[in-house]
Design a protein around this ligand. Structure first.
Ligand code: P6P
Length: 339
């Protein structure tokens, strides 16, 4: 019998708020509004095959990537659900080049929301798990003024909350507001996210590595040596590791969070900054994994210490169990010395 208490996400958020006597409740309402938006997105994702929202819109997003109809639906849903709550001064999305201003007739709040509305969307038509990722900061510009790009471009360690939803065999929402990492499973019968993974802690060491080995040729020599090391036989260190790669960041990192191990999307000789986005993919996932006792690196240092210069900048990411991220950093550093 699960020892997890029966609790909805709304009740959990309120209990989290009580841990902060100075809390005004704004962050709680912001997180609850996000949970509602994610429920609605989940509904559409789960019937995408039935409703004509599969396939391409014919548009391209700001990165020249073909936009799936579900991408734009998720983006619009989040924007419309979040713009009038009075908790935000500005938003930013993978689908929009510039910051998203709060409409003039809506109250301005003290928080900043960045999001990837539907990560992994290239997998939509194949019914592979996809997800939504969000990152929340406190504003740094004066209250009651429109939020700015500076409010958005803060290092990841300044986040006050972050989370993701995985639209898979079930819809799971995982978030942290600085007091532990908690997972909720959507019960479609009652339309509620129910606490299913309380106080998630990532294993200190794992036995799974996750990376697109198709890029092996272009990797840093230290990374090549690290992957070969994982494939050697050594019972004491549970090697060889298993290899798992969904190709959907949220699914790969969710598995890493629960089972341990390491997910990597490195830079390489073709993509000098890697592929994944710092502000609304890597930083929020790093905030969660560190809060669960893990580690997130850009290859030679703490990922959340990167001082951002662009909303859509990319970063290499090595994230997961501390033992495993420490190990890959060592292999890369050692090879750097030999260069
Ligand atoms: P590759 C999905 O398109 C995505 O943005 C992430 O969700 C995923 O981790 C990565 O790209 C997969 O990239 O190059 O391995 O197909």
């Amino acid at each position: 019998m699960s020892k997890t208490r029966f609790m909805t996400i709304e009740r959990h958020i309120i209990e989290e708020e009580r841990l902060h006597p100075e809390a005004t409740g704004e962050l709680s309402r912001l997180l609850s509004d996000l949970a509602i938006a994610i429920k609605i997105i989940s509904l559409q994702v789960n019937k995408a095959g039935l409703v004509d929202i599969l396939g391409l819109t014919g548009d391209e997003n700001v990165h020249g990537e073909h936009v799936k109809k579900l991408d734009m639906y998720a983006h619009d849903m989040l924007f419309k659900a979040m713009d009038h709550g009075g908790h935000l001064c500005v938003m930013a999305s993978e689908e929009e080049e510039d910051i998203i201003r709060i409409p003039d007739d809506f109250k301005l709040g003290k928080y900043v929301l960045l999001f990837d509305p539907l990560d992994g969307s290239s997998n939509i038509d194949a019914n592979v798990s996809i997800g939504t990722i969000f990152s929340i900061y406190k504003r740094i510009t004066p209250d009651h003024t429109p939020g700015t790009l500076d409010d958005c471009l803060q290092p990841g360690m300044k986040q006050v909350a972050s989370g993701y939803a995985v639209y898979g065999s079930s819809t799971i929402l995982v978030y942290t507001a600085g007091h532990g990492v908690h997972g909720f499973t959507l019960d479609p019968a009652i339309g509620e996210f129910i606490l299913s993974h309380e106080d998630i802690k990532i294993p200190e060491k794992g036995k799974i590595y996750s990376i697109n080995e198709g890029n092996y040729l272009y990797w840093h020599p230290g990374l090549k040596k690290y992957i070969k090391y994982l494939q050697e036989e050594d019972n004491a260190t549970h090697r060889p590791y298993s290899s798992r790669y969904v190709g959907s960041m949220v699914a790969d990192i969710h598995r890493t969070l629960l089972y341990g191990g390491i997910f990597m999307y490195p830079s390489d000789s073709r993509s000098h900054h890697g592929k994944l986005r710092l502000m609304y993919e890597c930083n929020p996932m790093a905030f969660i994994v560190e809060a669960a006792g893990g580690k997130a690196s850009h290859g030679s240092g703490r990922l959340m210490e990167i001082v951002p210069s662009n909303l859509h900048q990319r970063t290499p990411i090595y994230i997961g169990s501390k033992y495993d991220v420490d190990m890959v950093e060592e292999f890369i550093a050692r090879e750097e010395k030999n260069r």
